[in-house]
Design a protein around this ligand. Sequence first.
Ligand SMILES: CC(C)(COP(=O)(O)OP(=O)(O)OC[C@H]1O[C@@H](n2cnc3c(N)ncnc32)[C@H](O)[C@@H]1OP(=O)(O)O)[C@@H](O)C(=O)NCCC(=O)NCCS
Length: 181
Amino acid sequence: MERCKMLSKDKVSLVVPIKDDIQSWYEWVNDIETQSYLGSMYGNIITLEDESDYYDHIRKKENLRTFSIYLNEEKKVIGNVSLMWIDFQNRKAEMWIAILDKNSRGNWYGTDAVKLIVEFGFRVLGLNKINLRVIWFNDRAKAVYEKVWFKEVWRLREESFRNGKFHDDIYMEIFARDFIK
Ligand SMILES: CC(C)(COP(=O)(O)OP(=O)(O)OC[C@H]1O[C@@H](n2cnc3c(N)ncnc32)[C@H](O)[C@@H]1OP(=O)(O)O)[C@@H](O)C(=O)NCCC(=O)NCCS
């Protein structure tokens, strides 16, 4: 089945999610290391039915835009990326990304997907600001966000419990004026 690509770069597209995508999300999302990067998902058992509910949720939610991240050549979904809690009055949203397929990390797909969703937020939805939250030891994610010109704005101390210890969370944000020159 041909996927509906809404935004594309050479190797990566953001496509409209389809129900079949949840099978791969489900297979990958119960990995404890992956969960350690994903906020409240840490330590959760996520069933196929939970993923199905999540799919229904993303279809209905007005203030949410979720895309599947798709490799153009391999014709494969590797994760998803969202703008959440979109506030159209104040023109801001929070970004969330997961390349769930561990073998697909470190190939610049994440950087491309973040650039595409930020571009979508600013150029299509007309947002002014996009923010995100990242646990301090997620160096790969921070490197990607900094490359796309997100700036650290504050640090919440001992916000997240992982592997027996408390860790700080970092808030980052980017403004349309810094991205669209
Ligand atoms: C975070 C994530 C989106 C990044 O996407 P990716 O495709 O793996 O990353 P990219 O290949 O685009 O870029 C990785 C960058 O991080 C750098 N990097 C990798 N490991 C690093 C480390 N330990 N310290 C510092 N930088 C690191 C790479 O060098 C690269 O930068 P470069 O292009 O300047 O060389 C992806 O790995 C992911 O989804 N991980 C699991 C879930 C997650 O962490 N989500 C984010 C929650 S806030």
